[in-house]
Design a protein around this ligand. Structure first.
Ligand code: PEP
Length: 262
């Protein structure tokens, strides 16, 4: 499999935003735009919006996702939602290990690994996030951090079990900051991550896994990012809350010259 055969995925992460009415409006725009998107489309919405957005997206080309799950199937875990409950509610995907969960809510690599397993068991597409902080990048720890996050996050699963895996490279310094990794920085990290996937499970597996870039993706920078051979899509936060911006990102062109803004 080559980059040409990895179908691009543009996933929106709405985080803790929007009323139900706003969620319905935005999801209608995404649904209508999904048919002419340059790849697959998903929106990862707050738990409270899953039913309403699911009703809008039903039967469309846009998939419904959530932003987190618990690893247990059920029980006394106040405030938590299981992967099976998400699947039952109509979700096809779930983000695990987002840096905001890691930084603000204590999600460790071990938890991410458990959440990933729960998502896979429930038949969901896990979007597993990895990425270094600015301090880690500046102290040249990027590769060590990414290697650990991939090794620990994917620990214990066979390539067959990981068939639906999507990885998102999200440098923490680029999330919500307006500071995007350059296409060259993104490509370098994605190639490194693909190398880690190859080391763990071989070439065919590495070539089959989609690696999304996340971190201040906008209509202005998406084409140059998507032109990179190992960038298979985007996980979009802020810009996924604005219909015009997200629709333009969904219609990216990967034909932009790779040198556009390096
Ligand atoms: C994110 O939340 O995953 C993200 C990448 O956010 P933003 O696009 O706003 O940087």
């Amino acid at each position: 499999m080559s980059s040409a055969s990895r179908r691009p995925l543009i996933a929106g992460n709405w985080k803790m935003n929007l009323t139900l009415a706003q969620s319905v409006d935005l999801s209608r725009a995404v649904r209508d735009g999904a048919a002419s998107a340059s790849g697959e489309v998903a929106v990862c919405v707050p738990f409270t919006a899953i039913a309403a957005v699911g009703a809008v997206l039903k039967g469309s080309a846009a998939a419904l996702g959530a932003q987190d799950c618990h690893w247990e199937t059920q029980g006394a875990f106040t405030g938590e939602v299981s992967a099976g409950m998400l699947a039952d509610a109509g979700c096809a995907a779930v983000i695990v290990g987002h840096s905001e969960r890691r930084r603000l809510f204590g999600d460790s690599d071990e938890w991410v690994n458990k959440k990933l397993g729960a998502a896979l068991k429930a038949g969901l597409t896990p979007i597993a996030c990895v990425g270094e902080t600015l301090e880690e990048r500046e102290s040249r720890k990027t590769w060590r951090i990414l290697q650990t996050q991939v090794e620990q996050g994917l620990k214990g699963f066979s390539p067959a079990e990981l068939a639906k895996l999507v990885v998102a490279y999200e440098p923490v310094w680029a999330i919500g900051t307006g500071r995007t990794a350059t296409p060259a920085q993104a490509q370098e990290a994605h190639a490194f991550l693909r190398g880690q996937l190859r080391r763990l499970h071989g070439e065919a597996f590495a070539q089959s896994v989609r690696i999304l870039y996340g971190g201040s993706v906008t209509p202005e920078n998406v084409d140059a990012l998507m032109a990179q051979p190992d960038v298979d899509g985007a996980l979009v936060g802020g810009a996924s809350l604005k219909a015009d911006a997200f629709l333009r990102i969904m219609r990216f062109s990967a034909a932009a010259p790779a040198s556009a803004d390096q």
